[in-house]
Design a protein around this ligand. Structure first.
Ligand code: FEO
Length: 395
């Protein structure tokens, strides 16, 4: 399956329709690993695919050109969803030189025996002429690995953007104007929230550098190729990387015998008593994926986290969510901790300590009730919801 992006430039990647787990990213709609072939006087392959799909990639290339005609393979990013097939691909391309930056080479050397590979190291500002077209390189460190790099074809105003602007979505079409834009942006947001969030500053630097390029097509390594809605995805990345928030509060909790659920409901009631227009997401930690939770967190202006107590700690799903959220380094948001316990305390206390550890302000003292919530603990959660809503409206 091949699609022509520009004259002589083709998509030759792999659609992974039924992948549902991508190192814990819940890929509910599948994924693609995008590779591209640039045919000119010289021929370049831009990125590869996951290792098991190397045969399909090679077949796609062979439908366009003999494998010995490939002069260059560009590795914009060595993570195995793009670099995994590199050894198998290079083995079948007898005349190809690998173009990558020094950090990328080091990562590839960690995965493969590269001693027999022909490698040419490139850096920002370097250019390789293919004939009528040029490959120009722009290193984009930590968007989202140290080796990350863009490859730009100035004559075509075409940017191969690696993971940036990508989405985990398997489709039978390749371009953004062939699919629902809201659906693409939902998946782009999930991708950003779960993969890119810790690197907002680096994203902004990259976008600043990229703003000097004339671009009419962005071809990422995952999902649909942007040719119509480029301003929409650039605006979205500008907002997400600047930690822009919506009028939105995430209540995330887990409960054992529904006491913490009742407290979560009180927080919700407190929020709604102030405003019915705030977007509240009431998420049960065991009934939502970490992927959904992180996506909702991205533009939330405040949070309330609650847990029942198991073995003097928060419930496992809640603890996992806290670990995941901490790692993603979301911008600080005002928060509230609550929870219930029976004969041994710990759930609410652990969450409150977590807020302290990552230095997010707590709106009021945490609420920890024994057995069933009483009027006092319910009123405290209602009041915390009210305070969170006021903070969101006044931000
Ligand atoms: Fe799609 Fe960072 O790999």
């Amino acid at each position: 399956m091949k699609t022509e992006l520009k004259s002589g430039i083709y998509w030759v990647g792999y659609v992974d329709w039924n992948v549902r787990d991508f190192h814990s990213f819940n890929t509910a709609h599948g994924a693609t690993y995008n590779s591209y072939l640039v045919q000119d006087e010289k021929v370049a392959l831009i990125d590869t695919v996951k290792e098991p799909y190397a045969p399909q990639l090679l077949r796609n290339i062979q439908e366009l050109t003999p494998l010995e005609k490939i002069d260059y393979v560009v590795c914009n990013h060595a993570e195995p969803d793009h670099g995994g097939a590199m050894a198998a691909v290079l083995k079948n391309l007898p005349n190809a030189t690998l173009l990558c930056n020094a950090k990328c080479r080091n990562v590839l050397a960690g995965y493969f025996d590269i001693s027999h590979w022909k490698i040419q190291i490139v850096k920002s500002g370097d250019q390789i002429s293919l004939g009528k077209r040029t490959l120009a390189f722009l290193e984009t460190p930590m968007v989202h690995w140290p080796d990350s790099m863009f490859t730009y074809v100035p004559e075509e105003k075409l940017l191969f953007s690696m993971d940036a602007f990508g989405q985990h979505i398997a489709t039978s079409v390749r371009f953004d104007d062939e699919w629902s834009l809201p659906d693409i942006l939902v998946e782009a947001k999930a991708y950003y929230a779960n993969i890119v969030t810790p690197y907002g500053k680096q994203v902004q630097k990259t976008m600043e550098a990229g703003s000097k390029l004339a671009i009419d097509m962005i071809a990422p390594s995952h999902g649909l190729i942007w040719r119509k809605n480029i301003p929409a995805i650039l605006d979205a990345y500008a907002n997400w990387s600047a930690n822009q928030t919506e009028s939105k509060i995430v209540i995330l909790y887990d409960s054992m015998w529904e006491s913490t659920t009742r407290l979560a409901d009180e927080v919700l009631s407190g929020i709604l008593s102030v405003s019915q227009t705030i977007n509240v997401q009431l998420l049960h930690a065991r009934r939502n994926t970490l992927t959904r939770i992180a996506t909702e967190m991205l533009d939330a202006a405040a949070v309330a986290f609650g847990s029942a107590t198991l073995n003097s700690q928060a419930l496992p799903a809640m603890a996992a969510a806290l670990t995941y959220i901490k790692g993603l380094k979301f911008a600080k948001k005002p928060g509230f901790a609550f929870g219930s316990s029976g004969w041994g305390i710990g759930g609410a206390e652990q969450i409150s300590k977590w807020f302290d550890e990552i230095q997010w302000e707590q709106v009021g003292k945490y609420v920890s009730c024994r057995w069933r919530p009483n009027d006092e603990s319910k009123a405290a959660c209602f009041e915390a919801g009210r305070l969170l809503a006021q903070r969101v409206l006044n931000r």
